[in-house]
Write a protein of this length. Structure first.
Length: 279
């Protein structure tokens, strides 16, 4: 065994000992984490505090990051486990041999495969897991499709729905808007706004937006409101993002990108708790 292969095998064994690829919700540990790679694919190392899990998520590409934000928005997704390992290793080796496909390896030594997202869904028929692997169309090479076939058969034998998600299946407007409001999902991301302040001010701020009826830019309206209410600069904008992120208020997140230099129309969500299912 080469030194490079030996290091990789020991490293993956160490990951398993540390509990990576195990757990659910807040306790899940991704098998591959952002700091493991000096250079992530496409240069997109991202750490995001999960809306659903409240733990740090690790994505290794731009498309993974976008899909993560998409899943965060969907009410029907209850758990997101990224960089999920296909274990035991012997199973994927067996599938590769049956297919006549070269298994992922380092200098001829097989290594553990991972898939991008194991998702737990609330569906009309109950709770179930599905797997989504993320890849832009231009990168669906023959070799990539071979590896995906190993994944497909692996999860088919577990009776778990599996599919490839390309860039055309990710709603860009929605993703950009979720990214814009992501930091405001929880109040512990800053020190100025708390639950009491939101309870005291949210209705008044909502009325300001309704009366303006989209005439002023979002930024100008928020700055003016901060001054008129004697608030710390940025408070109105944060409360807006918090109310949108938690779906107390709504706007056309699927139809346009929210830009602070443009007006924004909002309205109250009259059906809190509705389920939005994964496509």
């Amino acid at each position: 065994m080469s030194k490079r292969a030996e290091r990789k095998v020991k490293l993956q064994a160490n990951y398993l000992k540390k509990g990576r690829g195990q757990g659910v919700g807040e306790k899940y540990l991704p098998f591959i984490q952002a700091h493991d790679n000096k250079i992530a694919s496409e240069g997109w190392i991202t750490r995001h505090k999960g809306w659903k899990t409240k733990r740090i998520h690790h994505t290794l590409s731009e498309h993974e990051r976008k899909y993560l934000y998409y899943c965060e928005w969907l009410d029907g997704v209850s758990d997101i486990r990224e960089q999920w390992p296909l274990l035991p290793l012997e199973k994927t080796i067996e599938i590769a041999e049956q297919l006549g496909i070269v298994h992922p390896h380092i200098d001829g030594i097989p290594v553990i495969m991972t898939t991008d997202f194991m998702l737990t869904l609330t569906t009309k028929n109950g709770i179930r897991n599905v797997v989504r692997t993320i890849k832009p169309i231009e990168k669906l090479t023959t070799r990539t499709l071979e590896l995906f076939e190993i994944e497909r058969i692996y999860f088919a034998e577990l009776d778990i729905d599996w599919s490839i998600v390309t860039e055309y299946k990710i709603p860009n407007y929605l993703v950009k808007n979720v990214e814009w409001m992501a930091h405001a999902k929880y109040l512990d991301t800053q020190q100025v706004v708390n639950e009491e302040l939101i309870e005291l001010l949210s209705e008044d701020i909502y009325e300001v937006f309704i009366k303006d009826a989209g005439n002023s830019s979002l930024m100008n309206l928020c700055i003016r409101t901060d001054k008129e209410m004697g608030l710390t600069k940025g408070t109105c904008l944060f409360i807006l993002q918090y109310m949108l992120a938690n779906k107390y208020w709504e706007t056309e997140v699927n139809k346009r990108i929210i830009r602070e230099s443009e007006p924004l129309m909002i309205y109250k969500n009259e059906v809190i708790g509705r389920i939005i299912y994964l496509a």
